[in-house]
Design a protein around this ligand. Structure first.
Ligand code: FES
Length: 578
C-alpha cells in the first residue's frame, strides 16, 4: 500500500505554482487579478490553493445549506495553511431539472474535470449530495487526477404526518397512489406538500442520494462518518471544516485518487449497496466511476455478490427507518463495522488510512436499524441482474423492494411506445389491462430520453381503485431509489437503438424469473426478425446543443452511461500556460 506522508511536496512542486510561481507577463496578470479580489500576495502565493467545487443553487433545494457550508470548508483550509477558492458547478436538483438530471450527470463530470484542469488548484473539496451530483463530481475529479475529497450534503430531517413517519420520495408515490384511488383528499395532498420535507438536505430514505453518499464513503472519498451526518446537524459544519483541513494535507502529500482507489474499494461498494438495499441507480454510477479509475466493473460483479450479502440497514423503501435513525444508530462507521469480513478493510481512503482504521471503535447503538448479519431485514436479495432475449446485455431489478409473488411471473404485455403515449393512455378506462398484465415502456433509455426515472410506471387508475398496488413493469428507464415496485429497469440494449424491447407488441407473452436471472419475450425468432425489418429508429428530440452530444456519445446502462470519449483512465492533459 502506498500510504501518504512518505513524501511531501515542496512549494515549487505545487501545481498552482505554474500560475503563481513564475515571472513574466502571464504571472503578472495572475497576481494582478488576485489582488483585484482584495487579498495580499502572501495570502495565497506560497500556499496550496484548494478549490471548493460547490453545486449549490436556489433550485437545488437539497443543497440549500451548501452556500453557507462552503464557509466552513474555507475556514478549515485557512486554518490548515491553504488558500480556498470557491467555484460554482452545475447544480443538479433532482426534482426541478427536466427531463432528468441523468441527462446532465456527464456534463457535471466534464465540468468538474475541466474546472480542475483549467484553474490553479492543488486539491479540491467536492460539495454535492443530490443524486447525480455525487457520481458526476467524483467521475470528473477521478479523471482530473489531482487530490480530491467528497463532502456529502447530508440527509434532510425526519418528519411525520398525522403520526406516520414519512420518507421523502417513498411516501410521495404511495400517497399519490392513495389520492388517485380516492383514499385521501386534495386537501390532504396539499397539506402533505407543506410538511413532508422539513429542512435542507437530501432525501432521507435509502434513495439514490443516501446510497451514493454511503458508497462514496466506503469507496474512500469522504471523511469517516461523513455520509450519515444530517444536513442541518451541528456536526455537519464541523465535518465540512475538517474536509477543508484534510484537503490541504492531501495537496502537500499529493494524495491523488489513483494512489488510493483500487478494485477492492469498488467491491466494497457493491457489498455495501447490497447490505443497504441501495438504489438500482448506483449500479450505473459505480460502473461509470470505476471506469474513470481504469477499473473494469460489470453487471457480473453485481450478480456474483447478489444473494451473498444480507440486507442489514432497515431503511425505507425496503424497511422502516430513515437516515436520521441510521445516524443515531451509529452511522456509516457502525454500519461498515457490522459488515465485518464482508468488507475488504485494508482499502485506503482520502484520509490516508485504511477502512479498518477509519471505522475503529464504531459501535451500533440500535440493532433494529442496523441489523446483525444473522437477523437481516429480509431474505430477498437487494439486487438481481436479469438476462434473456428481452435484455441480452442485461437488466436489473431490486427484489427486496418488489412484490415477492411477482418475482416469477408470466403474462401478456401492455405496451407504451414512449412516456407521452403512457401518460395519454395509462388511466384510460378502456385500456385493456388487468392486475396480471406486464406494463412495458419503450424509448426511455439513455439515447431515447436521457434515461429518466420513469421505470416505476404508474399503476392504471382503474386497477388502483380495485386495490392493486404493484404490477410487473419493464423499461429501459431508471427508477427512483426511494420507490417500491416490481420494476425491471435499465433493459439493454435500449429500445431507441433497436434492442429487442423495441419489438415488443401488445399481447406478447413475457416471462420473468428473478431467481433464475431470466427475462424472456416469448415470441419466436422468425417473428422478431420480421418485426426488426419493419422497425424504424425513433426521431430524436435533440437537434442542437448538449442533447446532440449526449445521444451521439452516451454508452448503454451496463457500461455506466458514460460518454465514450470520457470513459477510461486516460490522464487529463495539463493546460499550456503562455
Ligand atoms: Fe435531492 Fe432526493 S431530491 S436527494
Amino acid at each position: 500500500m502506498n500510504k501518504p506522508n512518505s513524501s511531501r511536496k515542496s512549494i515549487n512542486e505545487l501545481r498552482s505554482q505554474r500560475w503563481f510561481g513564475t515571472a513574466g507577463m502571464r504571472a503578472f496578470a495572475h497576481h494582478q487579478r488576485m489582488y483585484q479580489t482584495g487579498v495580499r500576495r502572501e495570502d495565497y502565493a506560497d500556499k496550496p490553493v484548494i478549490g471548493i467545487i460547490n453545486t449549490w443553487s436556489d433550485l437545488s433545494t437539497c443543497h440549500s445549506h451548501l452556500r453557507s457550508r462552503a464557509r466552513s470548508v474555507k475556514d478549515g483550509v485557512l486554518e490548515a495553511g491553504g488558500f480556498p477558492v470557491e467555484l460554482p458547478a452545475l447544480s443538479l436538483g433532482e426534482v426541478m431539472v427536466k427531463p432528468t438530471t441523468m441527462l446532465y450527470r456527464n456534463l457535471l463530470a466534464m465540468e468538474t474535470e475541466e474546472l480542475i484542469r483549467s484553474h490553479p488548484l492543488d486539491a479540491v473539496v467536492l460539495m454535492g449530495g443530490c443524486d447525480k451530483t455525487t457520481p458526476g463530481l467524483i467521475m470528473g475529479a477521478t479523471s482530473a487526477g489531482i487530490p480530491a475529497l467528497y463532502m456529502p450534503a447530508g440527509a434532510t430531517l425526519s418528519t411525520r404526518w398525522r403520526g406516520e413517519s414519512i420518507g421523502t420520495g417513498t411516501h410521495t408515490r404511495s400517497y399519490w397512489d392513495q389520492l388517485r384511488a380516492g383514499e385521501i383528499s386534495e386537501e390532504d395532498w396539499r397539506e402533505l406538500e407543506s410538511v413532508s420535507v422539513r429542512s435542507s438536505g437530501t432525501c432521507n430514505t435509502m434513495g439514490t442520494a443516501s446510497t451514493m453518499a454511503l458508497l462514496a464513503e466506503v469507496l474512500g472519498w469522504t471523511l469517516p462518518g461523513a455520509a450519515t451526518i444530517p444536513a442541518v446537524d451541528s456536526a455537519h459544519p464541523r465535518m465540512a471544516r475538517a474536509a477543508g483541513e484534510r484537503a490541504v494535507s492531501m495537496a502537500w502529500e499529493d494524495w491523488t485518487p489513483k494512489r488510493w482507489l483500487n478494485a477492492s474499494n469498488f467491491m466494497n461498494a457493491i457489498t455495501l449497496q447490497l447490505a443497504i438495499g441501495g438504489s438500482t441507480n448506483a449500479v450505473i454510477h459505480l460502473i461509470a466511476m470505476a471506469g474513470r479509475a481504469g477499473i473494469p466493473l460489470t453487471l457480473d460483479n453485481f450478480a456474483d455478490q447478489a444473494g451473498k450479502v444480507p440486507l442489514i440497514a432497515d431503511l425505507m423503501p425496503t424497511g422502516r427507518y430513515l437516515m436520521e435513525d441510521l445516524y443515531f444508530a451509529g452511522g456509516s462507521r457502525a454500519l461498515f463495522g457490522e459488515l465485518g469480513d464482508l468488507l475488504e478493510t485494508g482499502s485506503l481512503s482520502v484520509t490516508g488510512d485504511t477502512l479498518k482504521e477509519n471505522i475503529n471503535g464504531a459501535k451500533v447503538w440500535n440493532h433494529d436499524v442496523i441489523r446483525p448479519l444473522d437477523r437481516p431485514v429480509t431474505d430477498t436479495p437487494a439486487l438481481a441482474v436479469l438476462r434473456g432475449n428481452l435484455a441480452p446485455h442485461g437488466a436489473v431489478i431490486k427484489p427486496c423492494a418488489a412484490t415477492h409473488a411477482l418475482l416469477q411471473h408470466r403474462a401478456r404485455a401492455v405496451v407504451f411506445e414512449n412516456a407521452a403515449d403512457m401518460h395519454e393512455r395509462i388511466d384510460d378506462p378502456n385500456l385493456e389491462v388487468n392486475a396480471e398484465s406486464i406494463l412495458v415502456l419503450k424509448n426511455a433509455g439513455p439515447v431515447g430520453a436521457g434515461m429518466p426515472e420513469w421505470g416505476g410506471l404508474p399503476i392504471p387508475q382503474k386497477l388502483l381503485r380495485a386495490g392493486v398496488r404493484d404490477m410487473v413493469r419493464i423499461s429501459d428507464a431508471r427508477m427512483s431509489g426511494t420507490h417500491f415496485g416490481t420494476c425491471i429497469l435499465h433493459v439493454a440494449p435500449e429500445a431507441a437503438i433497436g434492442g429487442n424491447l423495441a419489438l415488443v407488441e401488445n399481447g406478447d407473452e413475457i416471462e420473468l424469473d428473478v431467481l433464475a436471472g431470466r427475462l424472456e419475450l416469448l415470441v419466436d425468432e422468425a417473428t422478431l426478425a420480421e418485426r426488426r425489418k419493419r422497425w424504424q429508429r425513433p426521431d430524436t428530440i435533440y437537434k442542437r446543443g448538449f442533447g446532440v452530444l449526449h445521444v451521439s456519445h452516451v454508452n448503454q446502462a451496463p457500461q455506466g452511461c458514460d460518454f465514450d470519449f470520457l470513459a477510461g483512465a486516460e490522464p487529463t492533459p495539463e493546460p499550456d500556460i503562455y
